[in-house]
Ligand binder design. Structure first.
Ligand code: I6G
Length: 671
């Protein structure tokens, strides 16, 4: 094969995997495989620089920082949306639309979450990303092409046919997991953390050096198309979104067709209830009339479309008072200041505590006890104090100081040179560290010991019965039954849960040990790589670094952990107590599931559930859900406005189901 053909093949495969991952939410291959192909392409391009094109997956990061961003006029203004703050305002919106359209036909809407990020317009010319602009004042934005090119969910080239100008609009966001990681890095580097994911995304896009932006976990979700110069517009917004997804862009998995206002309100309640488990912040739900001809008839009023509205969700930032600060000692001795707040409703939940991270953060915020503070809370993000309302500081406001002795064990508190985190030097004589280590050991994803909550752990440690995890297995039902809020039955259940936990896996056991920086994924990788506990315990730092994602710091932590005689003694006692796991034999077959071995494809917009929900339900029955149709596909489920995948299935003679057939199947297994 010629080098040109090899390069083309590598690029095509990498683009296909990106499409599978971002547009369809499917990871066909592990990251390592993607990286291998990527490196191969980089190596070939390094040898043949004349073959590098700007839309190659290797060409996302610009070489030189910009001096400033250019101002660019939008061809089509970037408008804002009208808001509806309650149910009545949504009913008014629907009534207005019915009156203006003057039709007896039911009105179908596309409902989708309004992501809380920054609106960005992507301009593709003949399928290649040419320009990315911020919203700016709606008429003129800034050219942030260099930065947006680094966002992996933005294809540099659209899949399939996309002639002329295609202008796609959407939101650049930072998902919660990436935001938390970024803030941890900021804190470790002695830099101020970002107040919320939106600020982190905005701060990232404002960087003049795209190499910095490339390190930031940004994402793009498309929500509309502003220009199509050489293609027919489809009849509906839902078909347009299906086309956008086919081009390889990410569209929220939550998009749903709703007919009439009652369905909109049901969707709102369902999504509001799910808000905390969504991976990104949303600040409302957008309803759009699905038919594009109706959108045109309805037109605009004072720079907002009449055919769409944003139904707002409760705000995720509120002001409250800092009543006090406690210092908590974690599993690894880290001393964390915790803010005790006057209880306040944020994002629909009452919050009375928030983390303050460390003393640097207290200094940075210039926070005093008694201050009024701005609090942010979203989903799985720990509530966080964002800023202080300095103008309202009361006279009696009190400065916050780090205690010199551990509040739990009295040992010295020490902040290592150059680090922001203070630590209790008591190690495992510190009951707080013992309790947290035990809490981690028994947790669901570790040894999964039911019935051992933090209150019971605290009693066991405070009585001196349990100092390390191994002591748990010496507990007697009779003694446990006498503890607070326990009785013979719950004590017996606990002993049984302990007994059951003895049969575990090496990965869970390694994770349960609570080695610093060894999370679930690392524990799994260690178990798979070494195959036995003794091999992990004996591995030196070089051998440990052969494991995926284990660098010198983590290798050092693992080595130190196993070299510590106290830890060796606890492990020996745990094994003596009867903890066991298969060694050297992995991926044991599980019970056969009904759709085991089948590959399904979901396409188009489903009406009763989102594609994400359908995918989860099918996977729970053992099916693999793929983004592309092939001869090996068992069934294609085609929803509203299904496009090229439906055609492909028909060409290949693959069975095509309607949504109702899928619902029947799922109902059958739910019974
Ligand atoms: O700001 C917006 C967020 C989300 C939007 C929007 C949207 O759809 C999900 N749609 C339009 C049409 C506009 N702004 C103008």
């Amino acid at each position: 094969m010629s080098v040109t053909a090899q390069i083309a093949k590598l690029r095509e495969q990498l683009e296909e995997w990106s499409y599978q991952y971002y547009a369809l939410g499917n990871s066909e291959v592990p990251d390592a495989e993607y990286d291998r192909w990527f490196r191969e392409l980089e190596a070939l391009e390094a040898k043949h620089p004349e073959l590098i094109t700007s839309d190659s997956p290797t060409q996302r990061v610009g070489a030189a920082p910009l001096e400033s961003f250019q101002q660019v006029a939008h061809q089509v203004p970037m408008l804002s949306l009208g808001n509806a703050f309650d149910e009545q305002e949504v009913r008014d919106f629907h009534r207005r639309i019915c009156e203006l359209l003057d039709t007896s036909e039911p009105i179908t809407y596309v409902a989708e979450p309004k992501l809380d990020g920054l609106a960005v317009s992507l301009i593709y010319r003949d399928g290649t990303l040419a320009q990315a602009l911020t919203r700016g004042d709606g008429h003129t934005g800034e050219d942030i092409t260099q930065n947006v090119r680094t966002i992996k969910s933005v294809p540099l080239r659209l899949r399939g046919a996309a002639p002329g100008v295609v202008e796609v609009r959407g939101e650049v966001v930072m998902q919660h997991a990436g935001f938390e990681r970024l803030n941890e890095q900021q804190i470790e580097a002695g830099l101020p953390p970002f107040a919320n994911p939106r600020n982190a995304a905005a701060g990232s896009l404002r960087q003049l050096d795209s190499r910095v932006v490339a390190q930031r976990p940004l994402d793009f979700f498309a929500y509309s198309v502003a220009q199509l110069t050489a293609m027919e517009w489809p009849a509906t917004h839902s078909a347009l979104l299906a086309q956008v997804r086919d081009w390889g862009l990410q569209v929220s998995q939550e998009v749903k067709l709703c007919t009439g206002v009652e369905e909109l309100l049901t969707y709102y309640s369902a999504l509001a209830a799910k808000r905390d488990v969504l991976p990104y912040d949303i600040d409302g739900i957008v309803y759009k009339v699905d038919r594009l001809d109706w959108q045109e008839d309805l037109g605009y009023v004072s720079r907002a479309p009449r055919w769409a509205v944003a139904h707002k969700l409760p705000v995720q930032e509120e002001v409250t008072t800092l009543l006090d600060v406690d210092f908590q000692v974690g599993r690894t001795g880290a001393v964390t200041p915790v803010a005790r707040l006057k209880p306040v409703q944020v994002g629909g939940v009452t919050v009375s505590n928030a983390t303050l991270h460390n003393m640097d953060e207290i200094k940075r915020l210039d926070i005093h006890i008694g201050d009024e503070v701005v609090l942010y809370r979203a989903g799985d993000v720990i509530p966080k104090i964002v800023s202080v309302v300095l103008s309202r500081r009361p006279q009696e406001a009190k400065a916050i100081t780090l205690p010199t002795a551990c509040p739990e064990c009295g040992s010295e508190i020490f902040t290592p040179e150059g680090e922001a985190i203070a630590r209790c030097t008591g190690g495992l004589i510190c009951p707080a560290q013992q309790k947290e280590a035990l809490r981690h050991f028994v947790s669901r994803r570790a040894m999964d010991i039911d019935g051992l909550g933090i209150k019971l752990i605290a009693q066991l440690v405070d009585k001196g019965w349990v100092k390390s995890a191994a002591d748990l297995y010496q507990l007697q039902a009779g003694a446990v039954a006498g503890l607070e809020r326990m009785g013979p039955k719950s004590a017996e259940n606990l002993i049984q849960a302990l007994e059951k936990s003895k049969n575990t896996t090496l990965a869970r056991f390694l994770y349960a040990l609570g080695i610093r920086e060894v999370g679930e994924a690392t524990a799994e990788a260690l178990a798979n790589h070494f195959g036995s506990l003794s091999a992990v315990m004996q591995a030196d730092e070089d051998a440990l670094q052969q494991v995926e994602d284990v660098g010198p710091i983590v290798a050092g932590r693992i080595r130190h952990f196993f070299a510590e005689p106290h830890n060796q003694a606890v492990i020996a006692a745990l094994l003596d107590a009867g903890i066991h796991f298969p060694e050297g034999e992995f991926n044991a077959p599980q019970e056969e599931q009904p759709l085991e071995g089948q590959t399904w494809v979901l396409t188009g917009t489903l009406s009763e559930m989102t594609r994400g929900e359908a995918k989860e339900a099918l996977q729970a029955l053992g099916a693999k859900v793929s983004g592309s149709v092939s001869k090996r596909t068992h069934i294609v489920v085609a929803g509203e406005a299904a496009g090229s995948k439906l055609t492909r299935a028909q060409e290949l003679g693959v069975t095509v189901w309607e949504e109702s057939q899928l619902l029947d199947l799922l109902a059958q297994y739910r019974e």
